[in-house]
Design a binder for this molecule. Structure first.
Ligand code: URA
Length: 479
């Protein structure tokens, strides 16, 4: 039995070097034991020699497919003990079976893909569930979060948090590694203990208010909720403390909602902000999180009354390009995320064809609440008024100031009104960049729903092609 001692739990470089050497010497997978420094006992009886890691690469050169490298980079972050052995078995087989990675029915391929998928899921949850607490030190305000990821994804997700909170000094402490960003440099230190993280602060009240306001008892599905927000993350989520009570009271609250008479809109005097509304003298939000919390409690116009929740933008916090839609639709209103319904799917297809990665851009809407009217049980989209677009510009302007994109793409006429502040014909203005006062370039194009509405297949295909071309040229403009 040959033993490889890797330097740390995610030591892919060490694994690669040892694997090449073992492969060159013809050591079969079943004769290799993979261990990690400080990672516990080995079965000493079987060990005949150790394979050095950290010496010059003695490997025989054979290249592996990109599919293998991509899946290995993710699978190695899985906490499963089998990962290094499994990767070596695949590497061993790849020499004689170069197309192996394409065979999803193969047990090893299936397993490594499952490990990689679990890692992706853990990364997704980390991006969604890290909650910062404000602290002060000699240099001023900073933010610290404690998080226990299901797999070792802290380093891999660090660039996401840097993009999202580029102007914020923060540390994310995890048991595996700690991530530190000082607004210029990204650094890592060894894992920490929960006791190192600060205790509750006022930001947690914001999270609880936000969560309580978006919780709709009539739509409660406990299984779906715990799937999306697994219980293992609850202890570090301030809003999770509310869940048992909200769930317990959901039936009563639903009954009260059904029994309550329809509320009459309060009389409004033009130009006077409603009580609780953010007024013109309010300070603009200083972070995208503050925008999201503000949108959820926004009373700048009446749309919040009939919507499930406000839908703020999402994406890369320092994106070069921002896409602005009209307003959330039925599905976005329920999910709390922009462009996830049918228009969002068409938009995703167009982005993919234009070579624009969705996670590298900022996606938002000119209006953050769903304007609709009821027809029977159906909620039918209604175009927001110019007044509603103007009221919501506060949030769009805040997102623009924080993300600071080079190019803003307005999808449709309401978006164009929100972005450039005046009514514009999409047909006439489409595709040609417009220089805005703040130095950004605006590009106006169709709204994805326009293509969904076209009945004629040829017209639909031509419009889609034009739409993709507009996205492509806006993306190059932003480069
Ligand atoms: N249409 C929009 O304009 N925005 C969305 O988020 C969804 C549909």
């Amino acid at each position: 039995m040959r033993v490889v001692r890797l330097a740390h739990e995610t030591d892919l470089a060490g694994w690669r070097e040892a694997a090449r050497r073992l492969r060159a010497e013809g050591v079969a997978p079943e004769d290799v034991f993979w261990a990690v420094e400080g990672g516990g006992n080995l079965f000493a009886a079987d060990i005949t020699s150790e394979v050095g890691v950290g010496q010059a690469d003695a490997g025989e050169g054979f290249t592996v497919s990109r599919d293998f490298v991509a899946v290995a980079e993710r699978a190695v972050l899985n906490r499963s003990d089998e990962r290094f052995g499994l990767l070596y078995r695949l590497l061993w087989r790849l020499k004689d079976e170069p197309r192996l990675m394409r065979d999803a029915s193969d047990a090893d391929v299936w397993r490594v893909q499952a490990l990689a998928r679990d890692v992706d899921r853990a990364a997704h949850k980390m991006k969604a569930f890290v909650r910062f607490r404000a602290v002060r030190d000699a240099a001023g305000e900073a933010f610290v979060a404690w998080f226990e990821p299901a797999h070792r994804v802290a380093e891999a997700t660090a660039p996401f948090f840097v993009r999202r909170f580029a102007n914020m000094r923060f540390s994310i402490l995890t048991p595996d590694v700690c991530v530190h960003w000082d607004t210029q440099n990204l650094g890592f230190t060894p894992g920490a203990d929960a006791a190192a993280a600060p205790r509750a602060d006022s930001l947690e009240d914001d999270w609880r208010t936000y969560y309580a306001s978006i919780f709709n008892p009539a739509r409660l599905k406990v299984d779906a909720m715990t799937k999306e927000m697994p219980r293992r993350y609850w202890r570090n989520l301030p809003e999770a403390a509310l869940i048992p009570e909200l769930v317990a009271n959901a039936q009563d609250r639903t009954r009260q909602m059904v029994a309550a008479p329809a509320s009459k809109p309060a009389r409004r005097i033009a130009g006077v902000p409603r009580a609780g509304a953010a007024g013109p003298s309010d300070d603009p939000p200083q972070s995208l999180e503050a925008v999201a919390a503000g949108v959820s409690g926004c009373r700048r116009c009446d749309l919040w009354r009939d919507a499930t929740q406000g839908v703020a933008g999402e994406g890369a916090g320092a994106a070069r390009i921002m896409f602005v839609g009209e307003q959330p639709g039925d599905q976005e209103d329920l999910a709390g995320r922009p462009f996830v319904g049918p228009a969002g799917q068409l938009f995703d297809r167009a982005l993919a064809q234009a070579g624009v990665p969705r996670d590298a851009v900022w996606i938002t809407n000119a209006v953050k609440h769903f304007r609709h009217e009821l027809q029977g049980k159906r909620r039918i989209h209604k175009t927001p008024s110019a007044g509603q677009v103007a009221a919501c510009r506060w949030w769009l302007d805040a997102e623009r100031a924080l993300v600071r994109p080079k190019v803003i793409v307005a999808l449709g006429a309401s978006a164009a009104l929100g972005v450039i502040g005046k009514a514009t014909s999409v047909g006439k203005a489409r595709g040609a960049p417009i220089s805005l006062a703040d130095g950004t370039q605006a590009v106006i194009t169709w709204h994805p729903s326009y293509m969904l509405r076209l009945r004629d297949a040829a017209a639909k295909a031509a419009a889609f092609e034009g739409f993709v071309a507009d996205l492509k040229s806006a993306w190059s403009l932003a480069a």
